[in-house]
Design a protein around this ligand. Structure first.
Ligand SMILES: *[C@@H]1O[C@H](CO)[C@@H](O)[C@H](O)[C@H]1NC(C)=O
Ligand SMILES: *[C@@H]1O[C@H](CO)[C@@H](O)[C@H](O)[C@H]1NC(C)=O
Ligand SMILES: *[C@@H]1O[C@H](CO)[C@@H](O)[C@H](O)[C@H]1NC(C)=O
Length: 249
């Protein structure tokens, strides 16, 4: 017998359009983040390319964005508008991935504020009936000299803040930071540099090859977190097997 409090919660979830069961509807993914998510240099389009119709998505990542400027610039309201427009037809997921710019002294954003901003983002998505995926920052591929398998763990604190924000909001963590750091450490500096953007010296952003590899890493992490989503992705076992067995892909 369902306790009345739980029954009420279930009924209000239905009324507000909240997902009542995992994968009751096909997924839509809206990507909120900085340049490491954005079109041309981020993993976002690599993730979207793995989706199988009727699953859909849109990359709203913005180069240079912090958790504050993303909101101030109107990008966040576009994300929330897309959630509002899609929750009736789709299980609507929002990847939230920041840190690369928030962590700079010039951002004026403390680690505590960063975490608060992530919590606010996640709660807003939940209130709209969407599903936040707190996605820890893609690792940088900067290796101290002589340490070709020990990339600098420069987003450690931002990762922990995102994990804590997820815990505090009951959200799912997509731990891209841990996975990408472990992967570039396994394959080593020379291999990791083949994903570098532009002239090959940009160790933060991804070229097209890197977009495919790290986009696949994110889709695999999403499937791991929400196994019922698997049928909405086009698999590439060769690529996934390479990534998760620490082989260069
Ligand atoms: C938000 O979306 C609208 C409509 O697609 C677009 O015109 C506008 O440029 C977007 N705003 C930002 C800040 O990207
Ligand atoms: C990796 O580098 C960190 C400093 O960035 C250092 O503390 C650690 O000992 C290094 N690990 C290995 C295995 O060399
Ligand atoms: C799967 O990934 C491999 C390795 O990156 C790539 O060579 C191949 O073209 C991909 N297959 C498909 C069907 O996309």
């Amino acid at each position: 017998m369902l306790h009345p409090v739980f029954l009420m919660a279930a009924l209000s979830a239905v009324a507000s359009g909240r997902p009542t069961a995992d994968c009751a509807k096909p997924p839509a993914f809206f990507l909120a983040g900085d340049s490491t998510t954005a079109i041309d240099g981020g993993w976002g389009d690599g993730l979207l390319a793995t989706l199988k119709s009727p699953a859909t998505g849109l990359n709203i990542g913005k180069s240079g964005a912090t958790t504050a400027s993303f909101r101030a610039g109107g990008y966040w309201s576009n994300v929330t508008q897309h959630v509002k427009d899609n929750v009736a037809k789709f299980d609507t997921y929002v990847t939230i991935s920041f840190g690369h710019n928030d962590q700079k002294d010039t951002s004026g954003i403390s680690l505590a504020q960063f975490k608060t901003n992530l919590i606010t983002f996640a709660n807003e998505i939940k209130d709209l009936g969407g599903i936040p995926l707190l996605t820890t920052s893609l690792t940088r591929r900067a290796f101290p000299s002589g340490q070709d398998h020990n990339a600098t763990d420069s987003l450690h604190d931002q990762r922990l803040a995102a994990i804590d924000a997820a815990k505090q909001t009951g959200s799912t963590v997509i731990d891209l930071n841990a996975a990408s750091l472990a992967y570039v450490n396994a394959i080593g500096k020379t291999a990791a540099y083949t994903y570098n953007y532009g002239d090959g010296t940009d160790t933060t952003h991804l070229n097209e090859h890197g977009t495919v590899v790290f986009g696949r890493m994110v889709s695999d992490l999403i499937i791991r977190a929400k196994p019922c989503l698997e049928s909405y992705f086009v698999p590439n076992e060769t690529l996934s097997n390479a990534i998760w067995s620490n082989q260069y892909a």
